[in-house]
Design a protein around this ligand. Structure first.
Ligand code: NDP
Length: 312
C-alpha cells in the first residue's frame, strides 16, 4: 500500500516539528502549511527551509483564506494539526474549526489528527475551571469532526516528558533541581510520561493503520507510568543524592491559584488533575480505544531514566 501524503499544520511548533521529522523518517510525502502570518520570524522560516532541504514541501496558506486551506488539503491524504494549545504559550485550538470546514469542502481526507496530544478531553467532563477550557475546546473540535464525518484518530499522549520530567512534575519548572522538590500531595498518583519524539513517531504510525481509524489512541508506554515520587527517585539515582522534600496539600494548591493570571491558572488546574487526581491513570482504556505501545511494539520508546540523563 502506498504511504499516505501528509499535511502538517503547525509544523514549526514544539510538537509539530517532531511530527514533520517523523513523517519524513517514515517515508511519507510531507507537506507543511506555511503561513504568511509568521512574517519575519526568522527562526520559523529557517526551520521551514531546513525541512524543505530534508524533502518536505512548503505550501502557503492561511486560516484567514479558506480556499488556500482547501488547496493545501487537496494535495494530501492525511492532515495532522498541531496548532498551539498551552495557555502560557498560546491557545488556538478553536481555529481548527476553520480547518475542518476546509477539510469538508476538499472532501479527500482519509484521516485527520486534530491538535490533541494530551489528556483525553472526553474523560474531563468534571474538570475544574478555568483549566477545563482546554478540554472543552478540544471537545468542540471533536464534535465538528464527527458531525462532518471526517475520518479521525485522536492521540492521547499524556504528559510531554519535557514539561513533566524536566520539572520533576512541579508546575512552572522545566529543569530539575539538585537540591529540593515540592511534592504535589503525597506524590503517589501515577502519571504517564512520553518523550515528544516518541509521541510524534507513534502518531505517524497510526495514520495508515486501519486499527486506529475513528479511535482514540492512548500512549501508555508501560515502564513510563510512574508517580511523582518515582520520578524524583529516578533523578536522585542519576545524581547520586537525595533531594530535600516538602509537600503542598491539595487545598493549599487550589487556594494558591487565586489572583494568578488566567493562563497560569489553566496550567495549574491541569497539574491538579494529573498529580492530585491521577486523571491519566484512573481508568481502563476500554474496548473502543487502543494503546500505542501494544500496537507498535517495534518502537523502542525512551524510558524515563534515559530521558532524564539529558539534565545531568
Ligand atoms: P506550539 O505553541 O508550539 O504552537 C504550534 C503551532 O501553532 C505554531 O508553530 C503555529 O504554527 C501554530 N499557531 C499558533 N498560533 C497560531 C495562529 N494564530 N494561527 C494559526 N496557527 C497558529 O504548540 P504545542 O506543540 O505546544 O502544542 C501542540 C498540542 O500539544 C496542543 O494541542 C497542546 O494542547 C498539546 N500539548 C500537550 C502537552 C502535554 O503535556 N500533554 C504539553 C504541551 C502541548 P505555524 O506558525 O507553523 O503555522
Amino acid at each position: 500500500m502506498a504511504k499516505s501524503k501528509v499535511l502538517v499544520v503547525g509544523g514549526t511548533g514544539y510538537l509539530g516539528k517532531r511530527l514533520v521529522k517523523a513523517s519524513l523518517a517514515e517515508g511519507h510525502e510531507t507537506y507543511i502549511l506555511h503561513r504568511a502570518e509568521i512574517g519575519v520570524d526568522i527562526e520559523k522560516v529557517q526551520m521551514l527551509l531546513s525541512f524543505k532541504e530534508q524533502g518536505a514541501h512548503l505550501v502557503s496558506g492561511s486560516f484567514t483564506d479558506h480556499q488556500s486551506l482547501v488547496k493545501a488539503i487537496k494535495l494530501v491524504d492525511v492532515v495532522i494539526c498541531t496548532i498551539s494549545g498551552v495557555h502560557i504559550r498560546s491557545h488556538q485550538i478553536l481555529l481548527q474549526l476553520k480547518l475542518i470546514d476546509a477539510i469538508k469542502e476538499a472532501g479527500n481526507v482519509k484521516r485527520f489528527l486534530p491538535s490533541e496530544f494530551g489528556t483525553d478531553p472526553a474523560r474531563m467532563e468534571d474538570a475544574l475551571e478555568p483549566g477545563r477550557v482546554t478540554f472543552d475546546d478540544k471537545m468542540i473540535v471533536r464534535k465538528a469532526i464527527e458531525d462532518a464525518q471526517i475520518p479521525f484518530t485522536y492521540i492521547s499522549a499524556n504528559c510531554f516528558a519535557g514539561y513533566f520530567l524536566g520539572g520533576l512534575c512541579q508546575p512552572g519548572k522545566i529543569l530539575p533541581s539538585r537540591d529540593s522538590v515540592v511534592l504535589l500531595g503525597d506524590g503517589n498518583k501515577k502519571a504517564i510520561y512520553v518523550d515528544e519524539d516518541d509521541i510524534a513517531m507513534y502518531a505517524i504510525k497510526t495514520i495508515d493503520d486501519p486499527r486506529t481509524l475513528n479511535k482514540t489512541v492512548y500512549l501508555r508506554p508501560p515502564k513510563n507510568i510512574l508517580s511523582q515520587r518515582e520520578v524524583v527517585e529516578t533523578w536522585e539515582k542519576l545524581i547520586g543524592k537525595e533531594l530535600q522534600k516538602s509537600s503542598i496539600p491539595k487545598e493549599q494548591f487550589l487556594a494558591s491559584l487565586k489572583g494568578l493570571e488566567y493562563a497560569e491558572q489553566v496550567g495549574l488546574i491541569h497539574y491538579y488533575h494529573v498529580c492530585y487526581e491521577g486523571c491519566l491513570t484512573n481508568f481502563e482504556i476500554g474496548n473502543d480505544a487502543v494503546e500505542a505501545s501494544e500496537l507498535y511494539p517495534e518502537i523502542q520508546y525512551t524510558m524515563v531514566e534515559e530521558y532524564m540523563k539529558r539534565y545531568l
